[in-house]
Every structure is written in C-alpha cells, then in structure tokens.
Design a protein around this ligand. Structure first.
Ligand code: PGA
Length: 259
C-alpha cells in the first residue's frame, strides 16, 4: 500500500492526574520496549507532566512526545498560558488548533498558521487540527470549511515547510462522542485536501504530506480509517489513555501499512 510512514498520536487531554500520566508512560514503556515499530508514535501529555513523561519515555526510542497546544505569544503577561520556549526542550511535536482549544481560547486559523511557522522554525512538527461542526456538516458545508482552513495555512507557510506539517482531519461532531463518519466521507475529505494542495503548490508535496483522521477512534475499528485513499495515521483521544488499547491501535495501523 502506501510507502509513507504511518503516524499515531495519543492526545491525553486533561484526563489523568500527574501520577496517572506517569503510570501510563510506564505502561507504554513496558509494551513498546524492544519492539521495532514501523509507525511514528507520539503521545501528548499535559504540560505539568511533560518533564516526568520525558524521563520515562527516554527508556524507549520508539515513542516521541508532543504538546497539546501552545499559546500564540512567546512571553508576557498571559496568566495560565504556556509558550513555545517553555516546552521546547520536552517536545518534538505539537498539536495546534484542536477544536477543544479553539472553543476555549478562540484561537483563529491565522494564529494556528503563524504558530505552525514558529514550530517549524524550532524544528518541532506541527499537527494542525481541522474539521467541520455538526451544523456545517448538516448544511453540506464540510468541504467549504476545510478549504478555508487549508487556504489560511497555504497562504502563510512556505511550500517547502508544508511537507513537515501534519494535518489531522477531525470532524468536531465525532470527537469524544462515539459518532463515527463513514470512511468513504473521510476518504473524500482527505482527497480534497490533497487535490487542493496539489493545485496550489505541487503534487509531490500534496502526496508526501501526512494527513490523519481523529474522532472516537477505538482499537476495534482503527484500521477502517487508514491506508490507501484514507488517512496516513490516527489522532487518538479517549482511547489513548488505555495503554493496551493504544498499543493495539498502533499495531493495527502498522498492519495496514505493512509491505
Ligand atoms: P477522541 O478525541 O478520540 O476522544 O474522540 C480525539 C481528539 O480529540 O483528538
């Protein structure tokens, strides 16, 4: 199938205590140790646990660490926010524009694109979350929404940077709800993103970019959404805090991409 290296990201959100996150990291070390992985695997703990999780995950070489978000400004009187310079030494990946962050902080597509540029400059891989709301879906406006979000990105990023950017297509109505989109609809959105990027930039970048699916993924049907015209990997929320589920999801994705 596809020659691209699949990518599986676990977004731990704010589900666990500090102790809980360390214990999850330890369990993952247990199940990943000594395994040759054909997928890139990333976990995104909460900010306060980044350092401790990093210490645990140093025991394996096949899990990287990401942040769940960073604030758009680098420094200043921003109570409660966390900036790139504060997390840079712990992470090699960073989620941007997750719908839960957009809802709480009112982050715009332009801010997300600017942050992506800054992350790339710091050699951190941005994972940009895009997707339609239930209302947009009902109004048949999914493609329009995706086009707008991708356009903002294309306008502010240099074409050579684009290949290091990961797009996570997450229909907002599917996040944490157990409601799943038809895989054919997901394939169509992914195809649209690639075609749109190919038309604006070039076919090669559009093909090489990794596009993930995210929203209510569980181990049972992880493979339904990846490979071929579907996603190059998954952004997993709720299921990622269960080490056995997460390891199975990674194995299922690897299996689909195996030569
Ligand atoms: P979920 O979350 O898997 O719990 O739906 C996905 C996400 O928020 O990225």
């Amino acid at each position: 199938m596809s020659k691209k290296k699949p990518l599986v990201i676990g977004n731990w959100k704010m589900e666990l205590s500090h102790k809980g996150e360390i214990s999850l990291a330890k369990s993952l070390v247990g199940s990943f140790k000594g395994k040759k992985r054909s997928a890139d695997v990333v976990v995104c703990p909460s900010f306060p646990s980044l350092s401790a999780v990093q210490t645990e995950l140093k025991k394996v070489s096949n899990i990287s660490i990401g942040a769940q978000n960073i604030f758009w400004d680098e420094k200043g009187a921003w109570t409660g926010q966390t900036s790139l310079p504060q997390v840079q030494s712990f992470i090699s990946w960073c989620l941007l524009g997750h719908s839960e962050v957009r809802a709480v902080l009112g982050v715009t597509d332009a801010q997300v694109a600017a942050l992506a540029g800054r992350l790339l400059g710091a050699r951190i891989n941005p994972v940009i979350c895009i997707g339609e709301t239930a209302q947009e879906r009902a109004a048949d406006a999914t493609v329009e929404k995706i086009r707008t979000q991708v356009d903002v990105l294309l306008e502010s990023l240099h074409r050579t940077e684009l290949v290091r950017v990961v797009i996570a297509y997450e229909p907002i109505w599917a996040i944490g709800t157990g409601e799943l989109p038809d895989p054919d609809d997901v394939a169509q959105v992914i195809l649209f993103i690639r075609k749109h990027i190919a038309a604006r930039y070039d076919q090669d970048y559009a093909e090489r970019m990794r596009i993930l699916y995210g929203g209510s993924i569980k181990a049972d049907f992880a493979k339904t959404y990846v490979g071929g015209p579907l996603a190059d990997g998954l952004l997993v929320g709720g299921a990622s805090i269960h080490p056995q589920q997460f390891s199975t999801i990674v194995s299922e994705v690897e299996h689909v991409f195996a030569p």
